[in-house]
Design a protein around this ligand. Structure first.
Ligand code: GDP
Length: 431
């Protein structure tokens, strides 16, 4: 396999940046670049001088030579910690390329780790969600799966199903009267346990998704209700343009805030009202779309009004409490301008979104994993139903095997190229 090179730290100026190489040629390439001796010890970082093609030194760098298979990718690997100046980083990478390396594509280091059996697909997905997580809680959950928690849970569940399949297969050619006593009852009991575990893992996806990607909170309501003022009050600084002229906020503005460790992507929408202005109309259409797709809506208007019944997670807020006073029927009365009850509103926001959070050990971090779990669950439910009715054991075994196949897809090695492409496409270059 070719030798790849990329900068693993964000582009720009920084104290230190890390350029990483992986592949059979990586040690030789870096040895020429830094005139290192042939004798190298695994994982023993040392200070070297980086040399340009004419032999002139352009930086001092700590270089760590790592020998496969005991590396992240499973191949020989080198980490060059150099000064974080884009010019130096670029020079180092282009010298590596002139010595035979190729620029890595996004996620290629992790893809190689996967190809070389260092990690399974679910762990690769956990790396992606660990890197992109918007909260510490989300990062912790992703790290659990990176450490193999999902694999462990899948294996536990598979074992249970396999033992039911084994029992049923043992009784395949036996007439119904002569079946092992309690076979059906025990099998149903085991399947119930497995179904419960998988269902709770599938349910966990929404909360994991919120903790890693953030819950979207849309602030909606009539023009001049105080949406932008509330947006700013929640951000605790001036952000959106606030003016007395109706319809100032024409587009959706968003910003991420953190409440109680949970990230919220706060969105300020244009006022929902009938208008002839085309720019305003576009804003209104967009705000309606945002409302439909939001995890939570803060509606600054009459309780029960306007919003689609599809969206149940709505907090009805009475704003301008300082001039309007308290009114019944609202979830909370606030003054965005004076800052009254903003922290109380934040508590309600947190409670609404985190009420479904599970503290289960068995969690999933990607949509793909969710689909596999749901498919597996579908076959398990059919198998359980068949067992309850008139047990045709052969069909039940077939359904259980199909459910096992979908569980395998979550972690296994034979994942199709296009699935891998979509998993690794979300990675940044250098990971
Ligand atoms: P939007 O069109 O819903 O985004 O409304 P804005 O945030 O632009 O607010 C419209 C007007 O209402 C501005 O003049 C704000 O200063 C005022 N306003 C917003 N919140 C309050 C509040 O709590 N009390 C009072 N008295 N005025 C407010």
């Amino acid at each position: 396999m070719s030798t790849i090179v990329a900068c693993s730290t964000p582009f720009g100026s920084s104290g230190i940046a890390v350029v990483r190489l992986s592949g059979g040629g990586s040690h030789d390439i870096v040895s020429s670049l830094a005139s290192c001796s042939k004798e190298k010890k695994h994982n023993s970082p040392k200070l070297y001088t980086l040399l340009d093609s004419d032999g002139s030194a352009f930086d001092g760098a700590v270089i760590n030579f790592l020998f496969g298979p005991n590396t992240y990718t499973g191949e020989d690997l080198v980490e060059i910690s150099l000064h974080g100046n884009p010019v130096i980083i670029q020079k180092t990478i282009s010298l590596c390329c002139s010595l035979g390396a190729e620029i890595a594509s996004g996620g290629e280091f992790t893809r190689r780790a996967y190809m070389n059996n260092k990690i399974d697909v679910s762990q690769a997905e956990a790396v992606a969600s660990l890197i992109s997580s918007k909260s510490l809680l989300g990062a912790k959950l992703s790290y659990k799966n990176l450490s193999g928690s999902l694999l462990k849970n899948i294996l536990f569940i598979k074992d249970k199903i396999i033992s039911v399949v084994g029992q049923l297969e043992f009784n395949l050619d036996i007439s119904e009267e002569d079946l092992q006593p309690n076979l059906i009852k025990n099998s149903i009991k085991e399947l119930d346990l497995v179904i419960k575990k998988i269902s709770s893992a599938a349910d966990s996806f929404k909360s994991v998704n919120i903790l890693t990607g953030g819950a979207s909170v849309v602030i909606a309501g009539p023009t001049n209700a105080g949406k932008s003022t509330l947006f700013n009050a929640l951000l605790e600084k001036e952000r959106a343009l606030v003016s007395r002229v109706a319809g100032t906020t024409r587009d959706v503005i968003e910003k991420t805030i953190n409440i109680g460790g949970v990230p919220f992507v706060l969105k300020d929408t244009a006022g929902i009202r009938k208008t002839r202005g085309s720019v305003e109309k576009m804003g209104i259409k967009k705000s309606n779309e945002e409302i439909l797709s939001a995890d939570l809506v803060l509606y600054l208007g009459k309780p029960g009004s306007v919003l689609s019944s599809k969206n149940k997670n709505v907090i009805y807020v009475l704003n301008k409490q300082d001039i309007l006073g308290e009114k019944d029927g609202y979830d909370i009365c606030i003054s965005a301008l004076k800052g009254t009850n903003i922290s109380k509103l934040k508590k309600i926001i947190l409670k609404r979104v985190s009420s479904g959070f599970s503290d289960s050990e068995f969690i999933i971090t990607s949509e793909r994993q969710l689909i596999c779990l749901e498919k597996s669950l579908g076959f398990l439910s059919v198998a359980k139903k068949s067992l309850k009715k008139s047990p045709e054991l052969e069909l039940v075994v077939e359904d259980l095997n199909s459910s096992l196949n979908f569980l395998d897809k979550i972690t296994n090695k034979t994942t199709k190229d296009d699935v891998l492409d979509s998993i690794f496409s979300s990675f940044c270059v250098g990971k």
